[in-house]
Every structure is written in structure tokens, then in C-alpha cells.
Design a binder for this molecule. Structure first.
Ligand SMILES: NC(=O)c1ccc[n+]([C@@H]2O[C@H](COP(=O)([O-])OP(=O)(O)OC[C@H]3O[C@@H](n4cnc5c(N)ncnc54)[C@H](O)[C@@H]3O)[C@@H](O)[C@H]2O)c1
Length: 422
């Protein structure tokens, strides 16, 4: 299990897996560990745990590694991230202290608020990517891991538009060799993973693997990929509430979302270029769920705004406020206020675990390219160019579970009428 970026999310994930393995904590928030899946008719009463239904790698078999621009061990980085309480960190000090980041492929032009010394030096981006490939092989050899998965847990990069050099693998490779600015560091990790046969998930809103060149490579190398941007706090709630309004044909005039957070992620997002990447990722959600083109009188004029404010006193404990202006029967207005005092990395860590286990399963099941059934975990789900992304949390959940049923040769569940006991 490899993470480019060993900050708050990555170290909270590693520490959590170890605490669960030691029997000190429960894997709360993890679908692979806790959720059941209904099989067959309701009368059959078959609801195994997902981890007993599909052959997932057991937690005991996971080993961890990563890259960062700071040389801190996972223990030191977790201490600085200040997510977990000291008693939890002490319990896993042995493992976390042994995880030292490899030197990062980094360029300040893409994350302006950070500067680190633990970085690779090479003439071209292609050379950097080749070094990452070597790191992957060394990690595999050193740990004896049979299979690998990579999840980008690095900082949010500046906003990049898709470019001609992203069009196919040959153009992409040429652009790496000529240090083209449209190739960001996260793309180098993704290229290295895919060409090493390693599944890749993108936890940040960066373009990264959401480009034709890397998607084509993923198909060529039989590698599953998915992204972008872990769906954790405010957007998780948004994609649960918006389907409710639409299901009842309630209108929406406006949705104002603001956040305060004070972790390093918040500091990076204080840069307008990195924020733009995040903003795009957060804004797409409502349009796709509410479909104003189909319901112009309900959603045609909605105003959607998202703000993120870097406010150091809160650390990783983000507060997300939502003011939602809805309207009902005869156009009468109503308001809903949501104030979510959440913990960013506590919500993100189980997502990393599920993605690792599901991507590994997916590769063994012979699936490759974009894994839309994992949209459930992302704010800005990747999908084939001719499709639109599915944002509705409940449709995503159904799609995820039906994909697992399909993999195991079970009947898909369509929720037809009661007389069929479906
Ligand atoms: N926590 C959440 O709820 C959440 C939700 C969605 C997305 N994310 C995204 O996940 C990512 C990680 O979040 P976090 O809270 O752990 O942030 P963090 O700042 O604590 O950790 C990110 C780490 O990545 C490192 N890094 C930056 N560029 C790198 C590179 N090129 N190579 C290797 N390392 C690099 C940084 O030094 C830092 O240690 C961010 O992009 C964030 O936007 C987080």
C-alpha cells in the first residue's frame, strides 16, 4: 500500500489499520470492514459481511510505504498532523516509526504553499517518473508484497486544464521528457504506478489520472484506476440531502457552503490556484444530481457557492456550514441549516482502506481502466467521456453493491415489487 503524500490522511489511515489489527479500535466508517450485503430475495435472509462475501485481502496482510517532501517518519508526521490522541499514537509507535517516506517528485509550481527538502533531483520529469518506478520495485522487494495499490494522499495541486499532451500515451511520454508544464508531479506517480501494473486512486481533486493518456495506459496495462477527491464531510452530506429534495420534487433556490479548517490541507487550499481545483470538484455535485435541464422550474435558477477558509486554531477539525434555501408547494420558501463539526482525516482514512482493498480485488477480478462503481468514495467521480458522473450517494451505494454481487455471480438487486420478494 503506497501513498504519495504522508500527511494527515495517510498517517491516520496507517495508524488506524494498525490499531484495528491490534484489537484496540473498530474500523468505523469502513464499508469493507463493517458493511453487510443482502443477497437474493428478502425471504432468504442472506446478509453476509462484504469482507466475507468477496475475497478481500485481510488487514493483517497490508504493509505501508509512501513518499513525502518532508523526511518525517509516519509517527512524526502523525504527531504534527495532530489528528489522533497521544495514547493512540503510542500504541502504534513501533510500526509508524519504521515507515520512512521516500524522496518525493515535487515542484513548487504545483503546490505553492509548501516547500520541502526531501525531494528527488533529476533532469526531466520522465527521469523522475522512472525513479518512482524504481521506488515501487524496491518497496515490493523490501517488503515481499505480492501486489500493490497506490492512493494519492498528497496535497491538492494547482488547477490544470486538460491539454493536448494528455491526449495519448506517446504525447504524454514526450511531454515528460521535455518537462512540459501540463505534467504535474501527481501525474508522474500515476504514470509510474500504471506502467508498473499498480492500481491507482486519486484522493485529491487534481487532474492526475483523469486524462486520456493515463486512462489508455491503464487499459493497456490491465490496471484499475479511480478518483477524484475523497468524499468526506460537506460533500458527503450534500450528496445525501440533494437526492432527497429531488426525490420529493422540492425546489432549490440556493446552497451556500462554507468551511473553516486549519490543517496543512487548509493551508495549501489558501492558495487561490489550489482552491480553484477544490472548488471545481465541490461545485459539480448539485448540477449532476438535480439535473436543472430536466427540472428548470425547480433547479434552473439555483445559486451554488462554496468557500474554504484557512483558520489555524481548528486544525484537522473542520467546521462546515451549509445554508440551503429550498421551496415547496406554491413556491413557499424554507431554509435548512447544517453545521457539521467534523474531523477531516477521521472521515477520509476508512475511504483509503476501502479503496485499497477494492482496487486490489478489482485487479484480481480482471477489471481495468476507470472503476465507476467506486464513485461512492469521490466528490468528483471519474467516468467515461461519453457519460456524466453519478453523484447521488444512494445510487452510488447501490452500484457498488451490485458490482460486488455481479463479481460473485449473485443476482442483482433491483427493488422490484413486494410480490416478487425482491
Ligand atoms: N481529509 C479529507 O477529508 C480530504 C477529503 C478530500 C480530499 N482530501 C485530499 O487529500 C489530500 C491529503 O490531505 P491531508 O489532509 O492528508 O493533507 P496533508 O497536507 O496533511 O498531507 C499531504 C502531504 O502531501 C505531501 N506532498 C505534497 N506534494 C507531494 C508530492 N508531490 N509528493 C509527495 N508528497 C507530497 C505534503 O508534504 C503533505 O505531507 C489533499 O489533497 C486533500 O485535499 C482530503
Amino acid at each position: 500500500m503506497l501513498t504519495p503524500g504522508m500527511g494527515a490522511v495517510s498517517t491516520t489511515f496507517m495508524a488506524g489499520v494498525e490499531l484495528v489489527r491490534k484489537g484496540c479500535a473498530l474500523p468505523i466508517g469502513s464499508v469493507t470492514q463493517l458493511a453487510t450485503i443482502r443477497l437474493g430475495k428478502r425471504t432468504e435472509r442472506r446478509t453476509p459481511l462484504i469482507r466475507e462475501f468477496v475475497p478481500l485481502a485481510p488487514l493483517d496482510s497490508l504493509v505501508f510505504g509512501g513518499w513525502d517532501i518532508f523526511p518525517d517518519t509516519a509517527y512524526e508526521a502523525a504527531g504534527k498532523a495532530d489528528v489522533l490522541k497521544p495514547h493512540h499514537l503510542e500504541e502504534v509507535k513501533g510500526l509508524l516509526s519504521s515507515i520512512r517516506p521516500m524522496r518525493a517528485a515535487f515542484d513548487r509550481a504545483y503546490v505553492k504553499k509548501l516547500d520541502g527538502t526531501h525531494v528527488k533531483k533529476a533532469k526531466t520529469k520522465f527521469d523522475l517518473a522512472e525513479e518512482i518506478k524504481d521506488d515501487i520495485q524496491q518497496f515490493k522487494k523490501g517488503t515481499g508484497a505480492e501486489r500493490l495499490v497506490m492512493v494519492w494522499c498528497g496535497s491538492t495541486e494547482v488547477f490544470l486544464d486538460s491539454h493536448l499532451v494528455h491526449a495519448d500515451p506517446a504525447k504524454f511520454e514526450h511531454a515528460m521528457k521535455t518537462n512540459h508544464p501540463a505534467i504535474s508531479p501527481s501525474m508522474l506517480y500515476a504514470w509510474a504506478a500504471i506502467t508498473s501494473g499498480v492500481p491507482f486512486a486519486n484522493g485529491a481533486p487534481n487532474l492526475t489520472v483523469d486524462i486520456p493518456a493515463l486512462q489508455e495506459l491503464a487499459r493497456q496495462h490491465n490496471v484499475p484506476i479511480c478518483g477524484k477527491d475523497f468524499k468526506t464531510g460537506q460533500t458527503l452530506l450534500k450528496t445525501a440531502l440533494a437526492p432527497c429534495f429531488k426525490a420529493r420534487m422540492l425546489g432549490l433556490k440556493g446552497w451556500f457552503s462554507t468551511n473553516i479548517l486549519g490543517n496543512r490541507d487548509g493551508e495549501v487550499l489558501d492558495d487561490p490556484d489550489s482552491f480553484k481545483t477544490k472548488e471545481e470538484s465541490k461545485l459539480g455535485v448539485l448540477e449532476h444530481i438535480l439535473q436543472p435541464q430536466l427540472y428548470p422550474e425547480l433547479y434552473g435558477k439555483m445559486c451554488h457557492k462554496v468557500r474554504i477558509n484557512y483558520y489555524p486554531p481548528r486544525g484537522d477539525n473542520k467546521e462546515g456550514w451549509d445554508n440551503i434555501d429550498i421551496f415547496g408547494w406554491l413556491d413557499y420558501p424554507m431554509q435548512i441549516k447544517v453545521d457539521f463539526l467534523c474531523r477531516d482525516s477521521i472521515l477520509a482514512a476508512p475511504i483509503v482502506l476501502d479503496l485499497v482493498l477494492f482496487l486490489d480485488l478489482t485487479q484480481r477480478a480482471g477489471l481495468r481502466g476507470i472503476q465507476e462503481w467506486l464513485s461512492f468514495y469521490f466528490k468528483s467521480p471519474m467516468c467515461a467521456p461519453q457519460l456524466y458522473p453519478e453523484h447521488d450517494l444512494f445510487i452510488q451505494s447501490m452500484k457498488l453493491k451490485n458490482t460486488l454481487r455481479w463479481m460473485m455471480g449473485e443476482e442483482l438487486i433491483t427493488h422490484l415489487g413486494a410480490e416478487y420478494y425482491d
